[in-house]
Design a protein around this ligand. Structure first.
Ligand code: KG4
Ligand code: ZN
Length: 404
């Protein structure tokens, strides 16, 4: 190809001399906001292998999630070695499927966003290694993403679909099996990236972890959140076998704590031998593969249902009270709730009621975008991409990377 002659030629040639050659096009592309950008997101921080293509950080062209729940179920929680092995098995077909659903080839992707952390190191490494390899082979920019920032963007992705964007500053609660953390979210600069300030976090178990542990001790299988959510709703007005008071945390009033509640459920069950037979019958049902809500409901006494309801009331009250207190303190314009536990029906309705009463809009992702997925990673990557925050072949997993 012939290059243009004369002065026109000098500017790109000089730029190319100053920047490493592979840096130049991605920086130019990032700055040109008139060109649409399609980012392939890759997520492998825990027990979901996920890939998605998102256009301009807002429009989901495809999203594919391969869950490993069936692999980890019999251990009652995520087994890190098995998670890494499963990611290795799934990553290639999952990325292929995401591209095919978006009607794209690998070459059509403009950049690759990959979860850098926090998460399980072996699991993260699978996604990172694959993402780096793709970026190198295709000569496309690589954008490292903080998994928690992904959860924040899940809310914006959903809001975009419904045509109403959350106003900032916002208070964001990220509540999942691995995290329970409260941030203040503000707009930071002109690329649409956010600025975060951590307001509080759990001192021990994450809320989802408490759900999973309580479900396990009650013989209700794994993961605990979805089944306890439904059983709590079935308890109706059965009298409470035990009451759990509000959790007190010394120091920061916006910190959470769930291990005391989990232990209180454990002690209550131990002190009441009448629970033992039904727990055993549910464990036997689970061993036969009977883990559906309708099957387990038949094996739950009214007392167990009421116990589950009281546990959920305590978790929801704690999450909503502290988040709404933070929103009030900071005069936040909106409240964002994301992460696996954000799928909880009672949490959603309680937040909505409290938000309405306080005049604060509350935003959730759909259930599919609440739990781990790669659309949220591709969306978060887009704004980092615009800000020119790229990774290179030295990118490594950071299991405890902080958002703020
Ligand atoms: O975000 P996620 O998919 O993975 C992590 O990053 O942890 O969240 C999974 C967690 C599990 O602990 C699961 O029990 C919980 O979210 N979960 C729920 C519900 N659905 C999932 N907890 C309460 N109610 C639900 N409906
Ligand atoms: Zn997550």
């Amino acid at each position: 190809m012939r290059m243009p002659e004369g002065p026109q030629r000098k500017i790109p040639a000089l730029t190319a001399m100053r920047a490493p050659p592979y840096l130049q096009p991605r920086e130019l592309l990032a700055q040109n906001e008139t060109v649409p950008v399609r980012i392939l997101g890759i997520e492998s921080s825990c027990d979901e292998t996920a890939a998605a293509v998102v256009a301009d950080g807002r429009e989901i062209l495809s999203t594919v999630v391969a869950s490993q729940i069936d692999v980890h179920r019999k251990y009652g929680g995520v087994v890190p070695e098995l998670a890494s092995r499963e990611h290795l098995r799934q990553i290639v077909p999952v990325v292929r499927e995401a591209l095919s659903q978006a009607g794209m080839q690998l070459q059509d992707v403009d950049a690759i966003g990959v979860t850098q952390g926090p998460g399980l190191v072996g699991a993260l490494l699978v996604g990172i290694t694959y993402g780096k390899t793709l970026a190198e082979a295709l000569k496309k920019p690589l954008v490292p993403v903080n998994h928690l920032e992904g959860h924040v963007h899940a809310v914006f992705l959903e809001a975009h679909k419904s045509g109403r964007a959350p106003k900032l500053p916002a208070v964001c609660l990220i509540v999942s099996g691995g995290h329970t953390v409260l941030y203040e979210v503000k707009l930071d600069g002109r690329h649409g990236t956010f600025n975060y300030r951590k307001l509080g976090q759990t001192r021990d178990d994450a809320a989802g972890e408490a759900y999973d542990k309580v479900a396990k001790l009650l013989g209700l299988g794994y993961p605990g959140g979805p089944i306890l959510d439904r059983l709590a709703a079935a308890a109706n007005s059965v009298p409470a076998p035990v009451k759990f008071g509000p959790t007190k945390t010394r120091g920061n009033p916006l910190d959470f704590s769930f291990s005391g509640l989990k232990t209180a459920v454990l002690y209550h069950v131990r002190e009441h031998p009448e629970y033992a037979a039904e727990i055993q019958s549910r464990e036997e049902a689970l061993a036969r593969g009977e883990r559906k809500y309708e099957q387990l409901l038949l094996l739950c006494s009214p007392q167990t249902l009421a116990l589950v309801r009281e546990f959920q009331n305590a978790v929801v009250r704690d999450l909503v009270d502290r988040t709404m207190a933070a929103a009030e303190d900071l005069s936040a314009e909106s409240v964002l709730v994301s992460g696996g536990v954000a799928a909880n029906s009672q949490l959603r309705s309680t937040f909505e009621d409290r938000g309405r009463a306080k005049g604060v809009e509350v935003f959730f992702p759909s259930r599919a975008l609440s739990t781990d997925n790669a659309a949220m990673i591709a969306a978060a990557a887009y704004f980092r991409f615009r800000a020119g925050q790229f990774g290179d072949t030295s990118l490594n997993a950071d299991p405890s990377v902080k958002l703020a």
